[in-house]
Design a protein around this ligand. Structure first.
Ligand code: C2E
Ligand code: MG
Ligand code: MG
Length: 273
């Protein structure tokens, strides 16, 4: 019986998502992929977004949204972020140092802004690799900044990091907060950019968000550009940054370096015949 019970408990422990995630972080089982971001209309590769992948994830934790969500609720998200940042710094520091205009965007979850440890943990890692904090974009969702976390935001901005609002428009009813936060850019979510090139009312929202952002001199990234029609519609909106499967999927560090040395142009940026 004892052997049976021990066996059961080992089995249950190994199925526990929190234990699985903690172990995966410790063993560095998560991989980093990088999705290119291009400036338009010139099509120059200006930066990448770091995204986590877990190749050997248990069945119910396979997508980033699932295991990130679980890491957030179980208090493991900051360890995951630091692990991802260490991997990214070691993989693409040469790529970043080669051109100081290049940026690396990192997703930061709301719960990471509760303590004061984040700026130092991030700085420590980047300084070690010779990466300037100004090349790092911290992507925060509206949910993170809707609650009073002003002090943490100020600390991150004072450390030299750029702060962008991720998935703009998804979580908050008013854009007025854009006027008094230390942010330097916004990313407009795929749920709005999907309307580009159609007569969907979402297009008006995209235009309104771009206008508000430009008035504040904020950089604007359109996320989730998937089709040629969306790309063509976007080209009529003035200078912007774009990210999406139409230009490039998230890729390994090796593929990123190869893309940058080929002709530094997105493979499918221009209208195809
Ligand atoms: P996000 O920060 O908004 O990242 C963009 C997501 O959209 C990524 O999904 C990316 O693969 C996907 N995507 C990019 N272009 C397109 C497109 O043209 N079409 C479609 N359908 N999707 C596109 P992914 O990697 O599954 O990540 C989902 C979310 O999980 C991210 O949304 C982010 O909030 C979170 N996440 C991913 N990695 C990390 C991480 O290391 N740390 C934290 N805190 N969150 C992460
Ligand atoms: Mg993001
Ligand atoms: Mg996003």
């Amino acid at each position: 019986l004892a052997v049976f019970l021990l066996g059961q408990s080992v089995l249950l422990r190994s199925r526990n998502p929190v234990i699985r995630i903690r172990r995966a972080i410790r063993r560095r089982e998560m991989r980093a992929v990088y999705q290119p971001i291009f400036s338009m209309p010139d099509g120059k590769l200006v930066g990448v977004e770091l995204l986590a992948r877990w190749p050997d994830a248990p069945e119910n934790l396979q997508t980033a949204e699932k295991f990130i969500g679980e890491a957030e609720t179980s208090g493991l998200i900051q360890d995951l972020t630091v692990m991802m940042v260490e991997v990214a710094a070691s993989e693409i520091s040469d790529w970043l140092i080669a051109d100081p205009a290049r940026t690396l965007a990192i997703n930061i979850s709301a719960s990471e802004l509760t303590g004061d440890a984040l700026p130092d943990r991030l700085l420590h890692c980047f300084v070690e690799y010779g990466i300037l904090p100004g090349q790092i974009v911290l992507e925060l969702t509206e949910r993170s900044i809707a609650t009073p976390r002003r002090k943490q935001l100020d600390h991150l901005a004072a450390a030299g990091f750029q702060i962008y609002i991720d998935d703009l428009g998804e979580g908050y009813s008013s854009l007025s907060y854009l006027h008094h936060l230390p942010i330097s850019g916004v990313k407009i979510s795929r749920s709005f950019t999907s309307g580009l090139g159609t007569d969907s009312p979402k297009v008006d929202l995209v235009l309104a968000m771009i206008e508000v952002a430009r008035k504040r001199n904020l950089a604007v990234v359109l996320e989730g550009i998937e089709t040629r029609d969306q790309h063509i519609a976007m080209m009529g909106l003035g200078p912007l940054h774009c990210q999406g499967f139409h230009y490039a999927r998230p890729m390994s560090a090796d593929d990123l370096v190869q893309l940058s040395t080929s002709d530094n142009a997105p493979p499918r940026a221009g209208p195809r015949k």
